[in-house]
Design a protein around this ligand. Structure first.
Ligand code: DGL
Length: 261
């Protein structure tokens, strides 16, 4: 492996940048290729079959082109549905993103946890398993939001989130029976930590948010322990469809190069 071999992050859109950020803090020299499946966005309203067919095929092409040292599926929807298939198809280490229910259960005092993800993620048996293993004494309320994904994309393209729209989505958790007791919200979609400052201003005092980003960053450090890095890295942003909207978004983000897959 060469020093220039990047870490490849993959998401449907900009959400995975919430995983890149803590990784850059721990590994500032790591070359990063960030791939957004703009042609397939959004994932959260797609079927399991569509995601299971699309994600391993795309990652196969990305790995062939960029020869990464490590692949990070920085998307809960893709990970909860296709992680096993991606691992089976690639001969490079793959890190997935799964809802941070375990740390949420460790943090909760009220024993009522909210899981905010995409519709596709919150219905996965994977979420049932995590709940049974790590939060069996908690009430775990789930809400799938497509609107928050769009609001996060718009924010990174420069549009300030509308508090009323965010409040409506948060109500999807708090208005459920028992929801008033939620004291931890799992951001189970990588887009949602990008909206955490705005959402934190709208939830009752004492409610905390948790997501998988920092844990994934530590896992990446562990998996690349002992590897060497280039003196200077050029980060690449890749879109599966590179149109006007993607070019506009790219100018708002901090990458040396923008490419189409
Ligand atoms: N960022 C993704 C996730 O973590 C999916 C967003 C979408 O495309 O709906 O689930």
């Amino acid at each position: 492996m060469t020093d220039n071999a990047p870490i490849l992050f993959f998401d449907s859109g900009v959400g995975g940048l919430s995983v890149v950020a803590p990784t850059r803090v721990l590994l500032p020299q790591a070359p990063i290729v960030y791939a957004a499946d703009s042609a397939g966005f959004p994932y959260g309203t797609r079927s399991e079959a569509e995601i299971a067919a699309r994600v391993p095929a795309l990652l196969g092409r990305l790995v062939e082109r960029y020869r990464p040292r490590l692949v990070v599926i920085a998307c809960n929807t893709a990970s909860t549905i296709a992680l096993a298939a991606v691992r089976a198809a690639l001969d490079v280490a793959v890190v997935g993103t799964v809802p941070a229910i375990k740390p949420a259960a460790a943090m909760s005092r009220s024993r009522v946890i909210g899981v905010l993800g995409t519709a596709a993620t919150v219905r996965q048996p994977y979420v049932d398993d995590l709940t049974a293993r790590f939060a069996s004494d908690c009430t775990v309320l789930r809400y799938g939001s497509a609107a928050l994904v769009e609001i996060a994309e718009a924010k990174l393209a420069g549009a300030a989130p509308d508090p009323a729209a965010l409040a409506r989505e948060l109500d999807g958790l708090f208005a459920q029976p028992g929801g008033a007791k939620i004291d931890v919200i799992v951001n189970a979609c990588t887009h949602f930590p990008l909206l955490e400052p705005e959402m934190a201003a709208l939830v009752p005092a004492g409610v905390r948010f948790v997501d998988g980003g920092p844990g994934i960053a530590r896992r990446i450090v562990h998996l690349t322990d002992g590897q060497t890095w280039p003196a200077r890295a050029e980060d690449v942003l890749v879109f599966t469809r590179l149109g006007e909207a993607e070019r506009r978004l790219a100018t708002a983000l901090d990458f040396a190069r923008v490419e189409a897959l």
